[in-house]
Design a protein around this ligand. Sequence first.
Ligand SMILES: [Zn+2]
Length: 90
Amino acid sequence: MDQQGSHGGDELDCKEALHRIYHFLDGEITLERRVQIESHLNGCSPCLKMYGFEAELRKIVACHCKEALPDSLRSRIAAAIEHEHEGDKA
Ligand SMILES: [Zn+2]
C-alpha cells in the first residue's frame, strides 16, 4: 500500500509535515527533519500558514509566561484556521 505516490522517498505529505511542525516548534527533532520541514514549507503555503500560526501561538503563550491559552480559545482559533483552509480550495 503506497499512498505517497511514486515521486521521491523524502517528500513529506502535508499531514506528516504538520505533525512534525509541532515537534519542530518544540525543538524535539533532528536537523535532518528540520531541513525536510523547511523545504516542505517553502513549497506549501497552507502548511506555511499553519506553521506561522503555531509559531505565533507559542510566542503569545511565552509572553504570558505560565499562563497557557485556555483550550476553548485554542480550539476556536484552530477552527478558524480550518475554515480558512476550506476557502483555499476554490
Ligand atoms: Zn503541505
